[in-house]
Design a protein around this ligand. Structure first.
Ligand SMILES: Cc1cc2nc3c(=O)[nH]c(=O)nc-3n(C[C@H](O)[C@H](O)[C@H](O)COP(=O)(O)OP(=O)(O)OC[C@H]3O[C@@H](n4cnc5c(N)ncnc54)[C@H](O)[C@@H]3O)c2cc1C
Length: 486
């Protein structure tokens, strides 16, 4: 007998999502988290003045029905905090902030692209289908829509939102929907058009939201599910095979402990998974160890509203690499979610480093703040110093889907087939966003529940076959009864 059906290791959003999805499938789950709280990277900090700041994920950008259902089933709908109805996005361009055009008419008059760049974009439907699984984001975007779109739109997105580098990032892994559109329809323009036409009846409307009190509300609500046995301060140190079960040995407050489970899900960063898997599959451990992570420094700045001239009428801005600064972007958090700053104040959350400037992680507070103010002050016409600054540093913020990442993940999947009952469910596999984590977790949970149900059936069949005194008819009746009562 195992102690638990599934042991999930790692209590970030990946581990919490899969634990939640498994208990919904009727599976018994224990969840180990090495730190003293759930959430992993996700953590909200509310200061005594009323600023509410996010250490990592600030919001969920959703267009997937699985996420909508997950939020509903987790009784989180009433706790959602919707994005204020603003649509403007800004980009730093030639030392100024310009709006990023989303409509065709605005695109024609936008200063972001030259006439040649605009004409190049228009040729997209006529570019022949090409590409391969090893292609970089830069190669893919330049090939389809031209270098200007890469430098003025895709590079700032990949650097600012994913902390990555488009010259190294794998297009199949980072832009899975776009690359699929090309493979299916031969062109992005045609693909988007067809997608709109075909998807009109079924598509989930896009919505962006956080939660009342911040993103910690999400993780705290999930962990409060009484069917999940959450064990904080529990670090997994070894996994061994014990018959058809897995034994996980760990430590909690200096004391050793162990649990047997029919299946184990590793929802920990790639290097931690590599350490646990090394005794079982040297190649798999090597593939996981080879995944690089980028550091990111988050600088939260609070200002009196009157000290900033800019209307702050948008989501914030991204910064292209040719601007030559270490900052990658700034979110105008209080424009998005007004409750995250006290009345008469604004909260601007700034990002530094990533793969563009990894050395920034060594900068001290003074240098990090100075760099941010050097960028913000002229762009937003700021007259006074910030009244509040908080810095959050992530040494390993996000996994970089660099090199032939698509091939790497295929090899990881192949290796896992030789380790039945072991699963990898974390942000280096299938997308880094909270949305992608929830979607992947649900499909893995479904697969695990199916495997557990099948193994119950085969174990029962095996034990019945060991009793020849029972007739076939009796056996099949016993079998039906046992399956139905399970
Ligand atoms: C600065 C920043 C901004 C972001 N902004 C957004 C955003 O706005 N929207 C969005 O959707 N996403 C955003 N993301 C991405 C998202 O926050 C992360 O990808 C996601 O939270 C990672 O979740 P995870 O569970 O995979 O990993 P983690 O959160 O890293 O969780 C892994 C957990 O495993 C635990 N652990 C490790 N080893 C062991 C062990 N041996 N035993 C037990 N436990 C162990 C760790 O303590 C940790 O809690 C952002 C990320 C960063 C860094």
């Amino acid at each position: 007998m195992s102690d638990v059906e599934v042991l999930v290791i790692g209590g970030g959003i990946s581990g919490l999502s899969i634990a939640t999805s498994l208990v919904r499938e009727g599976v018994s789950v224990e969840l180990w988290e090495s730190s003293g709280r759930p959430g992993g990277k996700i953590e909200t900090h509310a200061d005594s003045h009323g600023y509410i700041m996010e250490r990592a994920a600030t919001m969920v950008l959703n267009f997937r029905p699985e996420v909508t259902r997950f939020i509903e089933q987790s009784n989180l709908v009433a706790k959602k905090s919707m994005l204020a109805p603003i649509v403007r996005r800004y980009m730093m361009h030639d030392g100024k902030l310009v709006t990023v055009p989303t409509k065709l008419a605005a695109m024609v008059s936008s200063p972001i692209w030259s006439l040649a760049g605009k004409l190049r974009m228009l040729t997209e439907p006529f570019i022949r289908k090409g590409g391969h699984e090893n292609e970089t984001v830069s190669e893919f975007i330049s090939r389809r829509v031209g270098r200007e779109v890469l430098e003025n739109a895709m590079e700032p997105y990949v650097s600012g939102v994913l902390a990555s580098n488009p010259d190294l990032a794998n297009a199949y892994s980072v832009l899975p929907r776009m690359t699929r559109l090309e493979r299916r329809f031969g062109s992005l323009t045609l693909g988007i058009f067809m997608h709109k036409v075909l998807g009109r009846r079924t598509a989930t409307p896009k919505e962006t939201f956080s939660f009342k009190g911040g993103m910690s509300t999400l993780v705290e609500s999930l962990v409060s599910n009484p069917n999940i046995r959450f064990r904080s301060g529990h670090t997994a140190v070894e996994i061994t095979k014990k018959g058809s079960y897995w034994r996980v040995t760990g430590s909690a407050a200096g004391t050793g402990l162990s649990v047997t489970a029919r299946q184990v899900v590793l929802s920990v960063p790639a290097k931690a998974a590599a350490r646990l898997l090394a005794p079982h599959d040297h190649d798999l451990a090597g593939l996981l160890r080879g995944i690089q992570y980028a550091p990111v420094t988050v600088v939260h700045t609070g200002f009196e509203r009157r000290s900033i001239e800019h209307p702050l009428d948008g989501t914030g801005f991204l910064i292209p690499r040719r601007a030559g600064v270490a900052a990658t972007g700034c979110l105008w958090m209080s424009s998005l979610f007004p409750a995250c700053a006290p009345p008469g104040r604004v909260l601007l959350t700034n990002y530094l480093g990533g793969a563009r400037r990894p050395e920034v992680e060594e900068w001290d507070d003074e240098r990090s703040i100075a760099e941010i103010l050097r960028v913000l002050t002229p762009l937003l016409n700021i007259r006074d110093e910030p009244e509040m600054v908080r810095i959050d540093r992530h040494r390993e913020a996000l996994p970089l889907y660099h090199g032939n990442y698509y091939g790497r993940m295929k090899q990881v999947t192949n290796c896992l087939q030789q380790l039945p009952g072991l699963h990898l469910e974390a942000n280096y596999r299938g997308g880094v966003s909270v949305r992608d984590r929830i979607v992947c977790a649900q499909s893995t949970a479904h697969r695990i529940a199916d495997e557990l149900a099948q193994s119950v059936v085969s174990e029962k069949t095996y034990s019945l076959n060991k009793h020849p005194a029972i007739s076939d008819v009796d056996a099949s009746r016993e079998f039906e009864k046992s399956v139905l009562t399970d």
